[in-house]
Design a protein around this ligand. Structure first.
Ligand code: NDP
Length: 333
Protein backbone atom coordinates (compact mmCIF):
# COMPACT_ATOMS: atom_id res chain seq x y z
CA UNK A 1 0.00 0.00 0.00
CA UNK A 2 1.36 3.45 -0.86
CA UNK A 3 0.77 6.41 1.39
CA UNK A 4 0.07 9.74 -0.31
CA UNK A 5 2.76 12.36 0.17
CA UNK A 6 1.20 15.68 1.25
CA UNK A 7 1.85 18.77 -0.89
CA UNK A 8 2.56 20.94 2.14
CA UNK A 9 3.60 20.42 5.74
CA UNK A 10 3.86 22.09 9.12
CA UNK A 11 7.28 23.19 10.40
CA UNK A 12 9.10 25.66 12.57
CA UNK A 13 11.32 27.67 10.27
CA UNK A 14 14.18 30.04 11.07
CA UNK A 15 14.87 32.99 8.82
CA UNK A 16 17.48 35.71 9.08
CA UNK A 17 16.95 39.36 8.29
CA UNK A 18 19.38 42.19 9.05
CA UNK A 19 21.36 39.84 11.27
CA UNK A 20 18.33 38.91 13.41
CA UNK A 21 16.97 35.37 13.47
CA UNK A 22 13.20 34.85 13.57
CA UNK A 23 11.40 31.58 14.28
CA UNK A 24 7.95 31.12 12.80
CA UNK A 25 5.51 28.26 12.71
CA UNK A 26 4.22 27.54 9.19
CA UNK A 27 1.42 25.17 8.19
CA UNK A 28 1.94 25.50 4.48
CA UNK A 29 5.58 24.83 3.62
CA UNK A 30 5.63 23.21 0.15
CA UNK A 31 6.97 19.65 0.25
CA UNK A 32 8.96 20.51 -2.89
CA UNK A 33 11.12 22.86 -0.77
CA UNK A 34 12.55 20.01 1.31
CA UNK A 35 16.28 19.46 0.75
CA UNK A 36 17.61 16.60 -1.36
CA UNK A 37 17.84 13.14 0.15
CA UNK A 38 17.04 9.48 -0.51
CA UNK A 39 14.37 9.08 2.12
CA UNK A 40 11.24 11.06 2.97
CA UNK A 41 10.19 10.61 6.59
CA UNK A 42 6.82 11.40 8.21
CA UNK A 43 8.10 12.86 11.47
CA UNK A 44 6.19 11.70 14.57
CA UNK A 45 8.46 13.24 17.18
CA UNK A 46 11.59 15.30 17.66
CA UNK A 47 13.35 16.44 20.83
CA UNK A 48 14.81 19.47 22.54
CA UNK A 49 18.56 19.64 22.99
CA UNK A 50 20.83 22.44 24.20
CA UNK A 51 22.01 22.93 20.61
CA UNK A 52 18.39 23.34 19.44
CA UNK A 53 18.04 26.14 22.00
CA UNK A 54 21.11 27.86 20.53
CA UNK A 55 19.77 27.46 16.96
CA UNK A 56 16.22 28.66 17.63
CA UNK A 57 17.46 31.74 19.49
CA UNK A 58 19.86 32.55 16.66
CA UNK A 59 23.05 32.16 18.68
CA UNK A 60 26.08 32.11 16.37
CA UNK A 61 27.86 28.92 15.34
CA UNK A 62 25.01 26.42 14.97
CA UNK A 63 22.86 27.21 11.91
CA UNK A 64 25.01 27.45 8.76
CA UNK A 65 22.38 28.68 6.27
CA UNK A 66 18.88 30.20 6.28
CA UNK A 67 15.99 29.50 5.94
CA UNK A 68 16.48 26.48 8.22
CA UNK A 69 14.12 24.03 9.86
CA UNK A 70 15.83 23.37 13.20
CA UNK A 71 15.68 20.16 15.23
CA UNK A 72 18.78 17.96 15.45
CA UNK A 73 16.72 14.80 16.12
CA UNK A 74 13.74 13.12 14.54
CA UNK A 75 11.82 9.85 14.64
CA UNK A 76 9.03 8.67 12.38
CA UNK A 77 8.05 6.43 9.48
CA UNK A 78 9.50 6.18 5.97
CA UNK A 79 7.03 7.58 3.40
CA UNK A 80 9.23 7.23 0.30
CA UNK A 81 12.68 5.79 -0.26
CA UNK A 82 14.92 5.57 -3.29
CA UNK A 83 17.47 3.56 -1.32
CA UNK A 84 16.99 -0.20 -1.21
CA UNK A 85 18.08 -0.43 2.44
CA UNK A 86 14.94 1.42 3.57
CA UNK A 87 11.33 0.61 2.78
CA UNK A 88 8.10 2.53 3.10
CA UNK A 89 6.53 2.02 6.52
CA UNK A 90 9.86 1.40 8.31
CA UNK A 91 10.26 3.09 11.72
CA UNK A 92 13.42 5.21 11.70
CA UNK A 93 15.30 7.82 13.69
CA UNK A 94 18.02 10.33 12.82
CA UNK A 95 20.25 12.29 15.19
CA UNK A 96 23.01 14.76 14.37
CA UNK A 97 24.90 14.63 11.03
CA UNK A 98 24.34 18.41 10.80
CA UNK A 99 20.55 18.11 10.73
CA UNK A 100 18.99 21.35 11.99
CA UNK A 101 22.35 23.06 11.32
CA UNK A 102 23.12 22.57 7.60
CA UNK A 103 20.20 20.35 6.58
CA UNK A 104 16.52 20.86 7.43
CA UNK A 105 15.72 19.02 10.63
CA UNK A 106 13.10 17.48 12.86
CA UNK A 107 10.87 20.39 13.92
CA UNK A 108 8.48 19.54 11.08
CA UNK A 109 5.93 17.01 9.90
CA UNK A 110 8.19 15.92 7.02
CA UNK A 111 11.94 15.56 6.54
CA UNK A 112 14.06 14.35 3.62
CA UNK A 113 17.46 12.94 4.55
CA UNK A 114 20.30 10.84 3.13
CA UNK A 115 19.71 7.10 3.68
CA UNK A 116 23.09 6.74 5.43
CA UNK A 117 21.81 8.81 8.37
CA UNK A 118 18.92 6.51 9.27
CA UNK A 119 18.85 4.12 12.21
CA UNK A 120 16.00 1.63 12.64
CA UNK A 121 14.11 2.42 15.83
CA UNK A 122 14.81 -0.48 18.20
CA UNK A 123 11.75 -2.74 18.74
CA UNK A 124 11.45 -1.69 22.39
CA UNK A 125 10.98 2.02 21.64
CA UNK A 126 8.08 4.00 20.18
CA UNK A 127 8.97 7.11 18.15
CA UNK A 128 8.28 9.12 21.31
CA UNK A 129 10.63 6.90 23.36
CA UNK A 130 13.34 7.15 20.70
CA UNK A 131 13.15 10.94 21.00
CA UNK A 132 13.09 10.78 24.79
CA UNK A 133 16.54 9.26 24.25
CA UNK A 134 17.58 11.36 21.21
CA UNK A 135 20.98 13.02 20.84
CA UNK A 136 21.31 13.50 24.61
CA UNK A 137 20.73 9.80 25.29
CA UNK A 138 23.04 8.70 22.50
CA UNK A 139 25.72 11.00 23.90
CA UNK A 140 25.26 9.66 27.42
CA UNK A 141 25.65 6.11 26.12
CA UNK A 142 28.77 7.08 24.11
CA UNK A 143 30.20 8.45 27.38
CA UNK A 144 29.49 5.19 29.23
CA UNK A 145 31.00 3.17 26.38
CA UNK A 146 34.14 5.34 26.35
CA UNK A 147 34.62 4.99 30.11
CA UNK A 148 34.15 1.22 29.95
CA UNK A 149 36.56 0.93 27.00
CA UNK A 150 39.11 2.55 29.35
CA UNK A 151 38.46 -0.12 31.95
CA UNK A 152 35.76 1.31 34.21
CA UNK A 153 33.62 -1.38 35.82
CA UNK A 154 30.76 -1.26 38.35
CA UNK A 155 32.23 -1.59 41.81
CA UNK A 156 35.25 0.57 40.90
CA UNK A 157 33.98 3.41 43.07
CA UNK A 158 31.97 6.61 42.70
CA UNK A 159 31.23 7.90 39.19
CA UNK A 160 30.23 11.56 39.05
CA UNK A 161 27.77 13.02 36.52
CA UNK A 162 27.67 16.81 36.12
CA UNK A 163 24.65 18.74 34.83
CA UNK A 164 22.80 15.71 36.17
CA UNK A 165 19.24 17.05 35.93
CA UNK A 166 19.71 18.04 32.25
CA UNK A 167 19.21 15.81 29.20
CA UNK A 168 22.64 14.15 28.85
CA UNK A 169 23.05 14.11 32.63
CA UNK A 170 19.69 12.45 33.39
CA UNK A 171 20.24 9.66 30.88
CA UNK A 172 23.82 9.14 32.10
CA UNK A 173 22.66 8.86 35.72
CA UNK A 174 19.95 6.34 34.78
CA UNK A 175 22.23 4.25 32.52
CA UNK A 176 25.13 4.12 34.98
CA UNK A 177 22.88 3.30 37.94
CA UNK A 178 21.15 0.53 35.96
CA UNK A 179 24.57 -1.02 35.25
CA UNK A 180 25.37 -1.09 38.94
CA UNK A 181 27.65 1.94 39.24
CA UNK A 182 27.63 4.10 42.37
CA UNK A 183 26.47 7.36 40.81
CA UNK A 184 27.07 10.78 42.34
CA UNK A 185 24.82 13.32 40.62
CA UNK A 186 26.00 16.93 40.62
CA UNK A 187 23.33 19.56 40.09
CA UNK A 188 22.77 23.27 40.55
CA UNK A 189 19.10 22.57 41.34
CA UNK A 190 18.65 21.25 44.86
CA UNK A 191 14.92 20.79 44.13
CA UNK A 192 15.79 18.00 41.66
CA UNK A 193 17.35 15.82 44.35
CA UNK A 194 14.39 13.40 44.60
CA UNK A 195 14.15 13.13 40.82
CA UNK A 196 17.84 12.24 40.58
CA UNK A 197 17.48 9.62 43.31
CA UNK A 198 14.54 8.07 41.46
CA UNK A 199 16.78 7.80 38.38
CA UNK A 200 19.22 5.85 40.54
CA UNK A 201 21.70 8.39 41.93
CA UNK A 202 23.32 7.16 45.14
CA UNK A 203 24.33 10.66 46.26
CA UNK A 204 23.33 14.13 45.06
CA UNK A 205 25.79 17.02 45.48
CA UNK A 206 25.78 20.73 44.58
CA UNK A 207 27.81 22.06 41.65
CA UNK A 208 30.09 24.09 43.90
CA UNK A 209 31.27 20.97 45.69
CA UNK A 210 33.16 20.03 42.53
CA UNK A 211 35.14 23.26 42.25
CA UNK A 212 38.83 22.75 43.03
CA UNK A 213 40.92 25.01 45.23
CA UNK A 214 44.17 23.32 44.17
CA UNK A 215 45.40 21.66 40.92
CA UNK A 216 45.12 18.29 42.63
CA UNK A 217 42.48 17.48 45.23
CA UNK A 218 41.75 14.32 47.20
CA UNK A 219 41.28 11.38 44.81
CA UNK A 220 37.58 10.55 44.68
CA UNK A 221 36.11 9.75 41.25
CA UNK A 222 36.55 6.36 39.56
CA UNK A 223 35.01 7.95 36.46
CA UNK A 224 33.12 11.03 35.34
CA UNK A 225 30.57 12.15 32.73
CA UNK A 226 30.75 15.91 32.23
CA UNK A 227 28.28 17.94 30.15
CA UNK A 228 29.09 21.40 31.52
CA UNK A 229 32.82 22.12 31.07
CA UNK A 230 34.58 25.12 32.67
CA UNK A 231 35.77 25.13 36.27
CA UNK A 232 33.40 22.27 37.09
CA UNK A 233 35.21 19.92 34.69
CA UNK A 234 38.54 21.27 35.96
CA UNK A 235 37.44 20.35 39.48
CA UNK A 236 36.39 16.87 38.38
CA UNK A 237 39.82 16.31 36.79
CA UNK A 238 41.55 17.43 39.99
CA UNK A 239 39.68 14.73 41.94
CA UNK A 240 39.97 11.80 39.50
CA UNK A 241 41.52 8.74 41.05
CA UNK A 242 44.84 7.42 39.80
CA UNK A 243 44.38 6.14 36.19
CA UNK A 244 40.71 7.19 35.98
CA UNK A 245 38.98 8.91 33.04
CA UNK A 246 36.43 11.68 32.52
CA UNK A 247 34.37 12.19 29.36
CA UNK A 248 33.80 15.74 28.10
CA UNK A 249 30.79 16.30 25.86
CA UNK A 250 29.34 19.70 26.71
CA UNK A 251 29.78 23.35 27.56
CA UNK A 252 26.56 24.30 29.41
CA UNK A 253 28.76 26.20 31.89
CA UNK A 254 31.72 27.20 29.72
CA UNK A 255 33.83 26.13 26.77
CA UNK A 256 36.93 27.12 28.75
CA UNK A 257 38.91 24.54 30.70
CA UNK A 258 40.99 26.21 33.42
CA UNK A 259 43.14 23.28 34.47
CA UNK A 260 46.78 22.16 34.56
CA UNK A 261 48.56 19.09 33.26
CA UNK A 262 49.02 17.74 36.81
CA UNK A 263 46.06 15.29 36.86
CA UNK A 264 47.37 13.81 33.60
CA UNK A 265 51.07 13.56 34.41
CA UNK A 266 50.91 12.77 38.13
CA UNK A 267 47.79 10.60 38.27
CA UNK A 268 47.64 9.19 34.74
CA UNK A 269 44.15 10.66 34.38
CA UNK A 270 42.49 10.81 30.95
CA UNK A 271 40.07 13.25 29.37
CA UNK A 272 37.98 11.56 26.67
CA UNK A 273 36.24 13.70 24.06
CA UNK A 274 32.75 12.63 22.97
CA UNK A 275 31.01 13.68 19.75
CA UNK A 276 27.58 12.40 18.75
CA UNK A 277 27.13 14.49 15.58
CA UNK A 278 29.64 12.83 13.25
CA UNK A 279 29.92 9.62 15.28
CA UNK A 280 30.35 6.73 12.76
CA UNK A 281 27.24 4.68 11.90
CA UNK A 282 28.62 1.43 13.34
CA UNK A 283 29.22 2.97 16.76
CA UNK A 284 25.75 4.56 16.73
CA UNK A 285 24.19 1.15 15.98
CA UNK A 286 26.03 -0.32 18.93
CA UNK A 287 24.99 2.56 21.21
CA UNK A 288 21.29 2.31 20.20
CA UNK A 289 21.40 -1.46 20.66
CA UNK A 290 22.73 -0.97 24.17
CA UNK A 291 20.25 1.83 24.92
CA UNK A 292 17.37 -0.47 23.95
CA UNK A 293 18.71 -3.18 26.23
CA UNK A 294 19.84 -1.12 29.19
CA UNK A 295 17.90 2.14 29.53
CA UNK A 296 15.73 1.79 32.62
CA UNK A 297 12.01 2.45 32.17
CA UNK A 298 12.12 5.07 34.93
CA UNK A 299 13.94 7.47 32.58
CA UNK A 300 11.20 7.11 29.93
CA UNK A 301 8.49 7.74 32.53
CA UNK A 302 9.95 10.25 34.95
CA UNK A 303 12.50 12.06 32.87
CA UNK A 304 10.33 13.03 29.88
CA UNK A 305 7.97 15.90 29.08
CA UNK A 306 5.99 16.18 25.82
CA UNK A 307 5.45 19.55 24.17
CA UNK A 308 4.01 20.75 20.84
CA UNK A 309 6.09 22.50 18.17
CA UNK A 310 4.50 25.84 19.06
CA UNK A 311 6.24 25.78 22.48
CA UNK A 312 9.76 25.42 21.06
CA UNK A 313 10.70 29.16 21.12
CA UNK A 314 9.81 29.34 24.85
CA UNK A 315 11.57 26.04 25.60
CA UNK A 316 14.68 27.22 23.73
CA UNK A 317 15.11 30.00 26.28
CA UNK A 318 14.48 27.65 29.18
CA UNK A 319 17.06 25.06 28.11
CA UNK A 320 19.78 27.72 27.69
CA UNK A 321 18.96 28.99 31.18
CA UNK A 322 19.39 25.45 32.59
CA UNK A 323 15.72 25.23 33.61
CA UNK A 324 14.66 22.14 31.64
CA UNK A 325 14.57 18.86 33.55
CA UNK A 326 15.53 15.63 31.77
CA UNK A 327 14.32 15.21 28.21
CA UNK A 328 11.65 17.04 26.23
CA UNK A 329 9.92 15.31 23.31
CA UNK A 330 8.58 17.70 20.66
CA UNK A 331 5.42 16.62 18.83
CA UNK A 332 4.62 18.21 15.44
CA UNK A 333 0.98 18.82 16.48
P1 NDP B 1 20.53 20.50 29.17
O1 NDP B 1 20.28 21.96 29.25
O2 NDP B 1 19.38 19.56 29.18
O3 NDP B 1 21.50 20.09 30.35
C1 NDP B 1 22.57 20.90 30.76
C2 NDP B 1 22.62 20.92 32.27
O4 NDP B 1 23.83 21.54 32.66
C3 NDP B 1 21.53 21.75 32.92
O5 NDP B 1 20.31 21.07 33.05
C4 NDP B 1 22.16 22.04 34.26
O6 NDP B 1 22.03 20.89 35.09
C5 NDP B 1 23.64 22.20 33.90
N1 NDP B 1 24.02 23.60 33.76
C6 NDP B 1 23.38 24.56 33.04
N2 NDP B 1 24.00 25.74 33.18
C7 NDP B 1 25.05 25.53 34.01
C8 NDP B 1 26.07 26.37 34.54
N3 NDP B 1 26.15 27.66 34.25
N4 NDP B 1 26.98 25.79 35.34
C9 NDP B 1 26.95 24.49 35.64
N5 NDP B 1 25.99 23.65 35.19
C10 NDP B 1 25.06 24.17 34.37
O7 NDP B 1 21.42 20.26 27.85
P2 NDP B 1 21.82 18.88 27.12
O8 NDP B 1 21.83 17.79 28.10
O9 NDP B 1 21.03 18.78 25.87
O10 NDP B 1 23.31 19.22 26.70
C11 NDP B 1 24.30 19.43 27.69
C12 NDP B 1 25.59 19.88 27.04
O11 NDP B 1 26.14 18.83 26.25
C13 NDP B 1 25.44 21.08 26.12
O12 NDP B 1 26.56 21.89 26.23
C14 NDP B 1 25.36 20.44 24.75
O13 NDP B 1 25.75 21.31 23.73
C15 NDP B 1 26.32 19.28 24.92
N6 NDP B 1 26.05 18.17 24.04
C16 NDP B 1 27.09 17.69 23.30
C17 NDP B 1 26.94 16.61 22.50
C18 NDP B 1 28.11 16.06 21.79
O14 NDP B 1 27.94 15.33 20.82
N7 NDP B 1 29.31 16.38 22.23
C19 NDP B 1 25.64 15.99 22.31
C20 NDP B 1 24.60 16.48 23.22
C21 NDP B 1 24.84 17.56 24.03
P3 NDP B 1 21.82 20.99 36.69
O15 NDP B 1 20.72 21.96 36.88
O16 NDP B 1 21.52 19.60 37.10
O17 NDP B 1 23.14 21.51 37.24
Amino acid sequence: MTTAVPDAFRALILSQQDGTVQASLRDDLPTSELPEGDVLVAVEASSLNYKDGLAVLGRPGVVRSYPMVPGIDLAGTVLESSDERHQQGERVLVTGWGMGERHWGGYAELARVPADWLIRIPERFSARDAMAVGTAGLTAMLCVMALEERGLTPGAGEVVVTGAAGGVGSVAVALLAARGYTVVASTGRAQEQDYLRRLGAHTVIGREELLARRPLERERWAGAVDSVGGDVLAGVLASLRYGASATACGLARSSELPTSVLPFILRGASLLGIDSVMCPAEKRQEAWHRLAGELPGVLLQEGVTEQPLSEVPRLAREILEGRVRGRTVILPR
